[in-house]
Every structure is written in C-alpha cells, then in structure tokens.
Design a protein around this ligand. Structure first.
Ligand code: COA
Length: 257
C-alpha cells in the first residue's frame, strides 16, 4: 500500500504542526490498515494497554508520525527507526537527516510537529471544565504568567489558563528534559497576537525560543515551541487519519521572529 500521508508531507515546510481528531476510527481498523508499519516494540506496547481508548490514541499517533515523517524523509513508514534521549524524548535515528518531531495526544486528538529548523515541542490540550485552574496556576506558573492571567476577564480565564499550560508543555517538550525543567522558572505572556517568552529562574534559558499558539478547534489549544536560530513561518493544519489535509488553521498568537 502506498503511504496515504505523502500528500500531507508534500505541504511540510521548515515547521509543520498537524492536529488530528480520531473520530470513530477504531483500533482494529487502524491495525488492519497500518499494523505493518509498526516495529516489534510498538506492537508490544500496543498489546500492553489494558483499555482500548489509550491503545487507540497510541496507535493513531504512531500512524500519523510514521506516515508524515516517512513522507518528508522519502522512505517507507516501516523503515523509520527511533531512539530516545535520557528523558524519554523520542528522536529519529534512521534515516539520518535534519528532521525532528514531537507528538502529543489528549482526549481523542493528536498533534504532531515536524521540523528541520531545530528542536521542537508540541502540546495539544482539552479545555477541561473540572481542573482547579487557580490552584494549578499558583503552583506552576511564573509570576509574569500569573500577572497575565490576572488581567483576563472571568469568562476567558479558563481558556487563558489552558493557553499558558499548553505553551509551557510545548516548551518543556522542545527542551526535552521533562519535569527536570523548573515550571515556574520560565513562561509565556501575551498582548493581542503577540507572545513573549520570559525566563525568571532555574536552568539557563535556551538561546532562541519561538512559540506559536493555535486555538482554531473549540476547546483544543495547540502550542508549538521551536528552539532554533532560523526564522520560520510555520504551517498549522488539521488532517485526518486517512491522510487527508482538511484545512490550514490560523495561528492566534506568535512570538516575534
Ligand atoms: C512527556 C511529557 C513531557 C509530556 O507528557 P504528557 O503531557 O502527558 O503527554 P503528551 O501527549 O503531550 O506527550 C507525550 C509524547 O511526548 C513524547 N515525549 C516523551 N517524553 C518526552 C520528553 N522528555 N520531551 C519531549 N517529548 C517527550 C512522546 O512522543 C510521548 O508520546 P508516546 O509516549 O506515545 O511516544 C511528560 O513527561 C511530562 O513531564 N509532563 C509534564 C506535565 C506537567 O506537569 N505539566 C505542567 C505544565 S505547567
């Protein structure tokens, strides 16, 4: 079978950020269509899930990753080999090239960022109505983030909280050190469409931090952070698991190039 994600890969630029809703595509259908793309390790991991929904999300993420990355690398999805850094961040081992990627999954949706402009982190969240957002902000947000949140009107408070949370997650995933990064030591604040990264304390800040926030799908903020010197204009888009490019998505906020 040809790689149905090749068409999506043809749109890929220096930085491409894809979001994908799983809809009702079941685990069995995905295994049937794409199971031969997976490594023995991925099949093992799939078998170890005890509940279907996390298994389906894991499998869909591997399909999107292998399909798109193989398309940009010009190889077959099964020929991609991955390694992990000391903090479990996956990276492309083979074929050897400049492509980097990051994945996120949450509540039936995925985000994938592929980049050849530097280390990338992506996060997709679901704007949950039940999280104790005030408490979480006090605990994990930098003082400047807390100030930005405090200026938000009450109707938008929860959305703004998740904007910040999503950006912070994307940042720690770009750095690739997980929770070894001090969460309250850095942050993002904004004005209109302009985002600002700031560093307050903790480990030394990366040299060049670029951030984007996309809120085109209801209750689903997607953030991407790129660490790199090159100026890039990212493409954000919604795709599906059959390899269709559904629509380009507008960026709501971005840091200056
Ligand atoms: C991986 C991590 C960085 C994010 O996890 P998460 O939000 O639960 O999950 P996501 O779906 O966004 O990302 C998971 C994917 O990130 C990738 N990943 C794993 N470790 C990673 C790391 N150290 N850095 C970057 N990416 C990583 C993997 O591809 C993983 O998916 P996979 O296991 O299916 O391959 C997690 O280890 C973590 O530390 N989370 C912090 C949570 C938190 O307290 N955030 C506070 C924000 S204010």
């Amino acid at each position: 079978m040809d790689n149905p994600f090749s068409g999506i890969a043809a749109h890929a630029q220096g930085l491409t950020v894809l979001s994908c809703e799983l809809g009702d595509t079941g685990t069995a259908t995905l295994v049937d269509r794409y199971g031969h793309w997976l490594s023995a390790d991925e099949h093992d991991r799939l078998q170890r899930f005890t509940r279907d929904e996390p298994a389906r999300l894991f499998l869909a993420a591997r399909v999107l990753l292998r399909g798109v990355l193989a398309g940009v690398c010009g190889c077959a999805p099964v020929d991609l080999h991955f390694g992990k850094n000391d903090h479990e961040k996956p990276f492309l081992l083979q074929p050897v090239n400049d492509w980097q990627f990051n994945l996120s999954h949450s509540h039936g949706a995925l985000a994938l960022a592929v980049s050849h402009a530097g280390s990338v982190g992506v996060d997709i969240e679901y704007v949950s109505r039940s999280n104790p957002v005030e408490k979480l902000a006090q605990r994990y947000f930098s003082s400047r983030e807390q100030q930005w949140l405090a200026t938000t009107d009450p109707q938008s408070f929860r959305e703004r909280f998740f904007d910040i949370w999503t950006l912070k997650e994307a940042y720690i995933k770009a750095v690739g050190k997980g929770l070894a990064v001090t969460l309250e030591g850095f942050g993002f604040s904004g004005h209109g469409e302009q985002l600002h990264y700031h560093y307050e304390s903790g480990e030394p800040a990366p040299a060049a931090v670029h951030a984007w926030l996309c809120r085109a799908l209801p209750d689903r903020p997607v953030a991407c952070v790129l660490l790199g010197d090159q100026p890039v204009a990212p493409v954000f888009a919604q795709v599906d698991l059959s390899g269709q490019w559904l629509q380009a998505l507008p960026v709501a906020m971005a840091s200056s190039p």
